[in-house]
Design a protein around this ligand. Structure first.
Ligand code: ADP
Length: 391
C-alpha cells in the first residue's frame, strides 16, 4: 500500500510517497515558488529530476506531481495511492488527533485558520488540491499541535487576563507535535515500554522541547505560536514583551514588523550577526569569535534550562532524546548541553556522541539518564496515521 505525506506551505509543497509494506520512501520532492513562477525537484531511484514549470497555484503543483508519478514510472497507476496525509500546523483545541477529512473537518479548519495565518491556509490549499485531483482517495489531517493537547491547564494557560483565553483562545498550543510523538513511539520501541519520563529535544532551525510521561505530553516549550521557548535559528524564543515598545518607537516599526524581527532576525542569526545555520556558528565558535561564543553559550543555556525545568516537572527523567537538524548532527551542542546537566547525573561518551544523523545511545553506562540521538521522521508518522485511519 502506498501513501503520500504532504507538507504544503504558502508557496511550496513537499511530498513523500511511502510504501507502507516496509515503510520505505519510494520518492520524495518539493514544488517551489507556487504562485510566483514554479519549479519542482523529485528524488526517485537515486536520481534527482528538476524542472521549471508554471505553478499558478497548489492545484497545478498537485496535478504535475501526479503526472510525474506516472511519467517517471514511480507508480503504474494513480490507483496505487490509497491515502494522502496532510500536515496542518495549528489544530487548536478542536483536534487532539489525526482525523479523516470531511466537510465538518474542513469547516473547523476554516474557523481556526487565522490562528496560523501563514501556515493553515496553505495546508488547506494542499488538501483542496488533492480532493480535486484524486476525489476517491481519502485525505487525513495530522496536526503539529495535537500531541500537546494532553497538557494540563496549569501548563497551557498564560498568567494574563482569563478573558483573553475565553474570548480569543489565548493559551499555549505548542508545535512539532508529530516529531515529538514519533520520538516518543520510537523510544518506547527501543526500551520496550512506554512507562517513561522522556524529554524530547527537537532542535532544528525551529526548536522545541517536550516533556512526556507515559507516552503523553505534559508540557512543551513552544507557546501560542512557534516563537516561544528555546532560542532558535532566527527566532528569539522567550523574551520580555515590554522590550518591544522602545524598539518600535526608535525604529519606527509597527507590531507586525517587530514580530517579524523576532521570528526572522533574532535567535542565532540576530545574536551572533553571523548566520542562522549552526554549522556556520560552530565554525566561528571554534575560531574563537566572541559573538559566536556568546551565542553558543546562550543557545545551550536555553536548552539546558528547559531540560532542567522538565526534569523537575516530570519528577526525574529516564531518557533525553536529541533530534532534528542540530540535534541529530551536532555532537558539540549535545556535548555542551549534557555537560551542563552533569549535576543530574547525565554523562555522555564522546566516542558514541561522535555521530551524525544516525540513531544511537550516546550516554555512558554510568549515566543516570539515558541519552539518545534519534533522527525524526514526521513524514512517516503522517503516513502511519493515515494508514491507521483508512484501514
Ligand atoms: P527545520 O526547522 O527547518 O525543519 P531542520 O531540522 O532541517 O530545520 O534543521 C536545520 C538546521 O540543522 C540547519 O539550519 C543547521 O543549523 C542544522 N544542521 C544541519 N546539519 C548540521 C551539522 N552537521 N552540524 C550542525 N548543525 C547542523
Amino acid at each position: 500500500m502506498k501513501i503520500i505525506s504532504i507538507n504544503a506551505g504558502s508557496s511550496s509543497l513537499k511530498f513523500s510517497l511511502i510504501n507502507m509494506d516496509d515503510e520505505s520512501v519510494i520518492a520524495s520532492g518539493v514544488f517551489e515558488r507556487i504562485g510566483i513562477d514554479g519549479s519542482y525537484t523529485i528524488k526517485f531511484n537515486g536520481e534527482k529530476h528538476k524542472e521549471e514549470v508554471t505553478l499558478n497555484n497548489h492545484v497545478d503543483a498537485v496535478n504535475i506531481l501526479l503526472d510525474k508519478l506516472i511519467s517517471l514510472n514511480i507508480v503504474k497507476s494513480l490507483e496505487e495511492i490509497e491515502g494522502v496525509g496532510h500536515r496542518v500546523v495549528q489544530g487548536k483545541d478542536l483536534f487532539d488527533k489525526t482525523v479523516l477529512v470531511d466537510d465538518e473537518v474542513m469547516e473547523k479548519l476554516e474557523s481556526i485558520k487565522h490562528f496560523a495565518p501563514l501556515h493553515n491556509p496553505a495546508n488547506m490549499l494542499g488538501i483542496e488540491a488533492f480532493k480535486k485531483a484524486l476525489p476517491n482517495v481519502p485525505n487525513t489531517v495530522v496536526f503539529d499541535t495535537a500531541f500537546h493537547q494532553t497538557m494540563d491547564a496549569v501548563e497551557y494557560m498564560y498568567p494574563v487576563p482569563y478573558e483573553w483565553y475565553e474570548k480569543y483562545g489565548i493559551r499555549k498550543y505548542g508545535a512539532h507535535g508529530t516529531s515529538h510523538r514519533y520520538i516518543t513511539e520510537t523510544v518506547s520501541e527501543i526500551l520496550g515500554t512506554d512507562k517513561l519520563k522522556l524529554i524530547s529535544c527537537h532542535i532544528g532551525n525551529g526548536a522545541s522541547i517536550t516533556a512526556v510521561k507515559d507516552g503523553k505530553c505534559v508540557d512543551t516549550s513552544m507557546g501560542f505560536t512557534p516563537l516561544a521557548g528555546v532560542m532558535m535559528g532566527t527566532r528569539s524564543g522567550d523574551i520580555d514583551s515590554s522590550l518591544l515598545p522602545p524598539v518600535m518607537e526608535a525604529e519606527n516599526k509597527d507590531i507586525n514588523e517587530i514580530i517579524n524581527d523576532l521570528n526572522k532576525k533574532s535567535g542565532v542569526l540576530g545574536l551572533s550577526g553571523i548566520s542562522s545555520d549552526m554549522r556556520d556558528l560552530e565554525d566561528a565558535y571554534n575560531e574563537g569569535n566572541e559573538r559566536a561564543i556568546l551565542t553558543m553559550n546562550k543557545y545551550v543555556r536555553r536548552i539546558t534550562d528547559y531540560i532542567a525545568q522538565y526534569y523537575v516537572l516530570l519528577g526525574g527523567s529516564d531518557v533525553i532524546v536529541f533530534t532534528a537538524g542540530v540535534g541529530e548532527n551536532s555532537p558539540l551542542i549535545r556535548k555542551l548541553v549534557c555537560e551542563n546537566l552533569a549535576c543530574l547525573g547525565v554523562e555522555i561518551d564522546d566516542e558514541k556522541n561522535n555521530i551524525r544523523g544516525k540513531q544511537a545511545e550516546i550516554s555512558t553506562e554510568n549515566s543516570k539518564i539515558k541519552v539518545y540521538v534519534i533522527p525524526t521522521d514526521e513524514e512517516l508518522m503522517i503516513a502511519r496515521d493515515t494508514l491507521e485511519l483508512i484501514k
